[in-house]
Design a protein around this ligand. Structure first.
Ligand code: FPP
Length: 263
């Protein structure tokens, strides 16, 4: 989108405005992927149950989705529930699923207004039928939009995604000799989408946690100590500004500015 689109919702003279003015709109990351971490710690700091951290995390999701769409990011992927997260207490898993359903129901109008295409990546067919129903509603109703793709990673694992892609490739009957990196990537859940240029992780952990393992091969990684429920527009803008200062070399030897080295 544009500087004006963003400034329309930012109080003039605010720190966010100063950050927006530092952005180079010709060098935006096409795809931003976020590992939302720290909900439990956010709650613990306030002597609240862990689920309150997840609940508070929804406000951060709203802020980041809307800001990304206004910025002109092509794809935003949020890691909401991993294949490993089933190991958490049943009550916590149930609350996460409930929050997800509520989020889709309450945000559908905003997604439509912002021309956002909602998608799910992961083994969503293994989720409860009521959750699948709500997800399908969100996916179907936003399918005709033409703006940002918003992927929620649910029951997602990077290794299972690669296995699923390999199975699909085999089932497609493609000759092994014809299977190159480009062709294989089309069988991933994110087939047809650009790979993440920027991977953000909140709450200070230096791990990729089985997230988009194939796709982040050349992503720039930005880690913040901010806990996910506290993450807001300002943090996203800081991440993008930091990204725009990186030299992306893709294994080459000549440092080149982000814009020149775009895929
Ligand atoms: C990690 O924090 C966060 C999650 C496992 C879930 C993230 C989910 C949400 C923000 C809510 C639902 C999302 C959407 C997209 C509607 P943690 O619990 O591992 O935190 P900790 O490391 O501090 O314990």
């Amino acid at each position: 989108m544009s500087l004006d689109q963003l400034l329309a919702v930012i109080p003039s003279g605010s720190p966010d405005e100063a950050l927006v003015r530092q952005l180079n709109f010709d060098q935006l990351p096409a795809h931003v992927a976020i590992i939302m971490d720290g909900n439990g710690r956010w709650a613990a700091k306030r002597h609240l149950p862990r689920v309150e951290g997840h609940r508070a995390g929804i406000d951060a999701v709203r802020d980041v989705v809307e800001t990304s769409a206004r910025l002109g990011i092509e794809v935003l992927t949020l890691y909401a529930f991993s294949v490993e997260n089933w190991k958490r207490p049943k009550a916590e898993v149930n609350t996460l699923m409930l929050l997800l359903k509520r989020y889709i129901r309450s945000e559908l109008a905003t997604l439509l207004r912002n021309n956002i295409r909602f998608r799910v990546i992961g083994r969503h067919e293994e989720l409860a039928p009521d959750v699948q129903e709500e997800l399908s509603r969100g996916i179907d109703q936003t399918a005709g939009n033409t703006g940002m793709i918003f992927n929620i990673a649910l029951n997602y694992g990077g290794r299972s995604e690669i296995i699923d892609a390999a199975r699909r490739a085999m089932a497609s009957g493609i000759a092994p000799a014809n299977l190159d990196e480009q062709t294989f990537s089309n069988f991933l859940y994110t087939g047809g989408q650009p790979d993440p240029d920027l991977l953000i992780r909140t709450s200070g952990e230096m791990r990729v946690s089985n997230f988009l393992l194939w796709q982040i091969a050349y992503a720039e990684i930005w880690v913040t100590d901010t806990l996910w429920p506290d993450f807001r527009r300002r943090d996203l803008l800081e991440a993008v500004i930091a990204y725009q200062k990186r030299d992306r070399r893709y294994g080459g030897i000549k440092p080149s500015p982000v814009a020149v080295s775009a895929k």
